[in-house]
Ligand binder design. Structure first.
Ligand code: URA
Length: 313
């Protein structure tokens, strides 16, 4: 299994060449600008259907999640002619191609699934109005094989600028917490429920969460972490599906993340305070008390990660 980024890029390129050849197109790498556009256009038109199934098996969101629509008119242009023999044949070969891709994608290493999800499925996403004000899509960072995934709410200004989650003041606090419990940023994976910055750092709207959440779900299916740490009440509610209690209560509960596409498997969720919430407290005894609570939560998450046995092959 390829885990080295160069190797992963090579595998993706090989797959793209294969997909292009499959459609009678020249490989992306050697194509000129016009051909490249043609390949990408046809990829957009064909891929979501084919890969929808492919990545649903182990990762990417699908149109049934309410996301991952290409928005490409090419899809309609390529639809088989309903009711004709050619149309039926085309639908059959499309389904077979989907099956083939599904089987192959299920074997992709998690790094490749995440890369495909970021580059090809999310792409230049305009599925919700947050796209209009963003500078970056803040996808996620860290190890694709992490045992612990940290989930925040949405990127802030610094994250939007740099395209990486938790790199502003809240990120510095999170890094300090990781350090205090013996973890490095590279040991874990960090992402947000919503990938684009809401204007003025307001809370994301339910429709924005609905549009974006399938990507987080797909990231989690690709990574298959042993435990999820939800930072703050919004992430805790989203990850646990509990919207009827305070973060204080959620922290004391055994929570689980469920995804209908995970065949009944659940992932334990540890809810804790958001670093921005802690930073709003004046320095002193009260803040220290909250922070020692956070460190206790992180140690509990590490224990869960160490005691459960799921690993990537
Ligand atoms: N707050 C979040 O919830 N996420 C970030 O990435 C940064 C701040």
């Amino acid at each position: 299994m390829a885990s080295d980024p160069v190797e992963v890029r090579r595998s993706v390129a090989a797959w793209l060449r294969h997909a292009a050849a499959f459609r009678g197109l020249r490989c992306v790498r050697s194509a000129g600008p016009v051909e490249r556009q043609e390949i990408l256009r046809s990829d957009e038109a064909v891929t979501p259907k084919a890969h929808q199934g492919t990545l649903e098996a182990k990762g990417a969101p699908s149109t049934s999640d309410g996301a991952a629509r290409s928005g490409s008119a090419g899809g309609a242009a390529r639809a088989p002619e309903a009711g004709t023999e050619r149309g039926a044949q085309s639908a059959r070969s499309g389904a077979a191609r989907g099956e083939d891709l599904r089987a192959r994608a299920a074997r992709w290493p998690p790094e490749m699934k995440l890369r495909y999800l970021a580059d090809k499925v999310i792409g230049d996403c305009h599925r919700c109005p947050l796209a209009r004000g963003r500078r970056s899509i803040v996808f996620g960072v860290g190890s694709a094989r992490a045992r612990i995934v940290f989930v925040g709410e949405a990127p802030g200004g610094e994250e939007d600028l740099r395209g990486e989650p938790f790199v502003g003041p809240a990120g510095a606090r999170l890094d300090a917490w990781l350090d205090a419990v013996g973890l490095a940023r590279d040991d874990v994976y960090i992402a947000n429920v919503v990938k684009c910055r809401p204007p003025g750092n307001r809370d994301p709207r339910p429709s924005e969460v609905d549009a974006c959440a399938p990507f987080l779900r797909a990231q989690l299916r690709a990574i298959e972490p042993r435990v999820i740490v939800a930072l703050g009440r919004h992430a805790a509610m989203f990850m646990s599906g509990r919207d009827d209690m305070s973060l204080g209560r959620l922290r004391r509960m055994q929570l689980a993340y469920r995804d209908p596409k995970m065949q009944g498997r659940t992932i334990p969720v540890v809810a804790t305070y958001h670093p921005a919430f802690i930073l709003r407290k004046p320095e002193g005894a009260e803040r220290d008390r909250f922070e020692s609570g956070v460190l206790g939560d992180l140690r509990r998450a590490i224990e869960i990660a160490e005691s459960s046995g799921r690993e990537h092959p």
